[in-house]
Design a protein around this ligand. Structure first.
Ligand code: GLA
Length: 486
């Protein structure tokens, strides 16, 4: 959760803008709500290196902020962001060239990528004090590289840098879904946590202060938001610490209405997608801000399992019921998405959510109130999203005990299927466990340590047809899988 400079500032990003945005984030309620990263995207570096290959930045763009600092040192802005109790993020490209600020107006600059300098650059970012790095793919794509290979090398460079500085550098992969990163993103290069972009840019940037005719005609539509959501659904790859990235948010930006803001916030929360807000935080309306900081929506987003929603019903074309299984037994978040031009009324069939009988409690997230009577019809306006949380009783799962860390005889026959996995990991640290299935599923799980004889539980969503699963054995022990066939 945080802010990223690209959508609203593109290549005009500089120290002053980042300071203003960081200050806004720290004082408008977003920090308290959990937004913590301030990420500087492309445009911070113009492609210059010194004789030793070190990145050289423009002194005017990144001057000293406090007494004793030197102009042209990125450590200044990282320290400023830290001073507000926030974390700092930076950006580079996996290839030799970056995106050359495409498609934005501005000079086309070459050599703004890190290829040939992975160890040097990621160590530099960490030494400057950055806590997060987004790695783009323009140069990699231009050179026809393999994303899985390049990003694994980068993951290893990041881990080396972390060992040297002792500072965690969160890895954000941005190759737009072009080489199916949901297959290789989880655990790439042994990384314990990462996000990977699943599609192209939600919009080209809209820099209001440029008064540039090209920017002025850019208006966000429902299609931008819904296409990013649709492209981002790869629920089988997403588990604790590995997430599909639906792209930076455009809440409140030009073209966004109140209902579209709700759709955007609700779908990103249901998906546990990174909430990296790309808007100008100094211009957010009270309505947009209250959606971004809605505690119940954020609780859905931050659910321990971090799973994506499953579409359980489409009672009329374009009226969709999305359900996110949550860590607490019998709890689900429900999004009723109305993609049509007409308002609609929907009665939920609890059976389709895997619940026994009628639920015990139902809450409307947007107004924070309980909904009385489980059989009410929920009204959803055109191009809007109702967001609710339900507590009920799970139908009994099918239980499969593990044998030597494989689980056989599984049948996931109902489309995407929710499962809980129990394991023991007494190694004292998080372990990345590769998982294979005879049906072709391949992923990795980041399993946190467990204590003594206690078992840990994580949530999974298995794709249709998932058959026998096997887990790399040491040092964790897989105990049991419960499959909830809705
Ligand atoms: C690509 C990325 C964007 C942004 C721009 C910067 O298009 O997908 O998120 O980083 O590059 O040029």
């Amino acid at each position: 959760m945080g802010w990223n400079s690209w959508n609203s500032f593109a290549n005009i990003v500089n120290s002053q803008i980042v300071q203003q945005q960081a200050k806004a984030l720290a004082s408008n309620g977003m920090k308290e709500a959990g937004y913590e990263y301030v990420v500087i995207d492309e445009g911070w570096w113009l492609g210059e290196r010194d004789g030793a290959g070190n990145i050289v930045v423009n002194h005017k763009q990144w001057p000293a902020i406090k007494a004793g600092e030197k102009d042209g040192d990125m450590a200044n802005i990282a320290a400023y962001i830290h001073g507000l109790g926030l974390k700092a993020g930076i950006y580079t490209d996996a290839g030799r060239d970056g995106c050359s600020m495409y498609p934005d107006s501005g000079p086309k600059l070459l050599n703004t990528g890190s290829e040939g300098h992975y160890d040097q650059d990621f160590l530099q970012f960490s030494k400057w004090g950055f806590d997060y790095v987004k790695v783009d793919w323009c140069g990699g794509a231009k050179e026809g590289r393999s994303g899985a290979v390049q990003y694994a090398q980068i993951a290893r460079a990041i881990q080396k840098a972390e060992k040297i500085t002792g500072r965690k550098l969160y890895f954000s992969i941005c190759e737009w879904g072009s080489q199916n990163p949901w297959f290789w993103g989880p655990g790439v290069g042994g990384i314990e946590s990462t996000i990977w972009r699943t599609g192209g840019d939600i919009i080209p940037p809209v820099v209001e202060s440029l008064h540039d005719p090209e920017h002025d005609k850019r208006v966000i539509t429902a299609g931008n938001v819904l296409d990013s959501f649709d492209a981002g659904l790869h629920p089988e790859a997403q588990h604790t610490d590995y997430y599909n990235d639906l792209d930076m948010m455009v809440m409140g930006m030009r073209g966004m209405t109140k209902s579209l803001d709700r759709v955007h916030m609700g779908l990103w929360a249901l998906s546990s997608a990174p909430l990296m807000v790309g808007s100008d935080l100094t211009r957010l309306s009270p309505d947009t801000l209250s959606l971004l900081t809605n505690r119940e929506a954020l609780a859905i987003h931050n659910d321990l399992y971090g799973l994506q929603p499953i579409k359980v019903d489409e009672p009329a074309p374009g009226v969709q019921i999305w359900v996110k299984p949550m860590a607490i037994a019998g709890r689900r978040a429900i999004g009723i998405l109305n993609r049509t031009d007409a308002s609609t009324q929907v009665k939920i069939n609890w059976e389709k959510l895997g619940l026994k009988g009628s639920p015990k409690a139902l809450r409307d997230v947007w107004n924070g109130q309980s909904i009385e009577g489980a059989n009410v019809a929920v009204s959803v306006a055109a191009h809007d999203l109702a967001l609710m949380v339900v507590d009920g009783e799970d139908k009994s799962p099918k239980e499969y005990a593990a044998n030597q860390n494989s689980i056989t005889g599984i049948q996931a026959t109902r489309g995407f299927t929710f499962a809980r996995l129990q394991y023991a990991n007494t190694s004292g640290h998080l372990v990345v466990v590769p998982v294979k299935s005879t049906s072709g599923l391949f992923t990795a799980l980041a399993l946190p340590p467990t204590v003594g004889s206690e078992t840990g539980t994580i949530g999974l969503i298995l794709p249709h047809g998932t058959a026998d699963l096997s887990f790399e054995r040491e040092p964790v022990a897989i105990r049991k899988l419960d499959i909830y066939a809705w």
